[in-house]
Design a protein around this ligand. Structure first.
Ligand SMILES: [Zn+2]
Ligand SMILES: [Zn+2]
Length: 225
């Protein structure tokens, strides 16, 4: 009478699963395979979802032209974030960048920009690569459409207001700045303490220093261009 594989394995104190070098624990199996059998009802290797599969379950995929919002964690700027493949710790990666890579875009050294102005969107049809300067310009345009440089206080530009704030904060005299920019001392005070041009301080604290830095860089490059 033929002996079962389990019996053979048990007799040789090995594991019946072919290729497994584990020591026999019970029912012809090593500890790992025995445990797996108990937990899953099978000794077969578990099927791990691929990185792509893990990615797409977090996306609300809608019509081809719709935004596809990321449904998992987002960072402080509203961009979807996730752990890089195979990492449990360390810096998160941005979901829209991952989506762009999946779509075959070469993103190294470039920003991935949203044509839909919707940070959590990962629809590759709404993504394109661009330089950091293009990204800043996009952001300024978007931000202006919300606030508008020329709504009020048309005597000064946003770049000048930011400069006045910085220089006043660095200790420059109010009246000297007033003379230089051709405005009154109280105008300088109001700018410095955020009474006027409030939208320029509205960039902080949420969006914070990051947008301020990018905005200043973009405004300066506009002036230089
Ligand atoms: Zn085994
Ligand atoms: Zn979109």
């Amino acid at each position: 009478m033929a002996r079962t594989a389990a019996a053979v394995a048990a007799a040789s104190r090995g594991c019946a699963i072919s290729g497994c070098q584990g020591k026999h624990k019970g029912r012809g199996l090593c500890g790992k395979h025995l445990q797996r059998l108990r937990l899953t009802g099978s000794t077969a290797d578990p099927v791990r979802p691929t990185f792509q599969e893990r990615f797409w379950v977090k996306v609300d995929r809608r019509g081809p032209n719709d935004c596809w919002p990321w449904t998992a964690a987002v960072n402080e700027h509203g961009y979807g974030v996730m752990r890089p493949p195979g990492k449990r710790t360390g810096p998160a990666i941005k979901a829209h960048r991952v989506s762009a890579e999946f779509a075959g875009m070469a993103i190294d050294g470039l920003d991935v920009l949203h044509s839909c102005d919707n940070p959590p969107c990962v629809n590759p049809a709404h993504l394109r690569t661009g330089t950091a300067a293009e990204n800043s310009r996009d952001m300024v345009r978007r931000w202006r459409s919300c606030y508008g440089e020329r709504q009020n206080h048309a005597k000064l530009t946003e770049a000048q207001v930011l400069e006045i704030r910085e220089r006043r904060a660095a200790g420059e005299m109010r009246n000297a700045l007033a003379a230089e920019f051709g405005v009154s001392g109280s105008t300088i005070s109001n700018i410095a303490n955020g009474q006027t041009w409030r939208h320029l301080s509205a960039v902080s604290p949420q969006v914070g220093e990051w947008i301020g830095r990018r905005l200043r860089a973009a405004l300066h490059s506009e002036v230089a261009a």
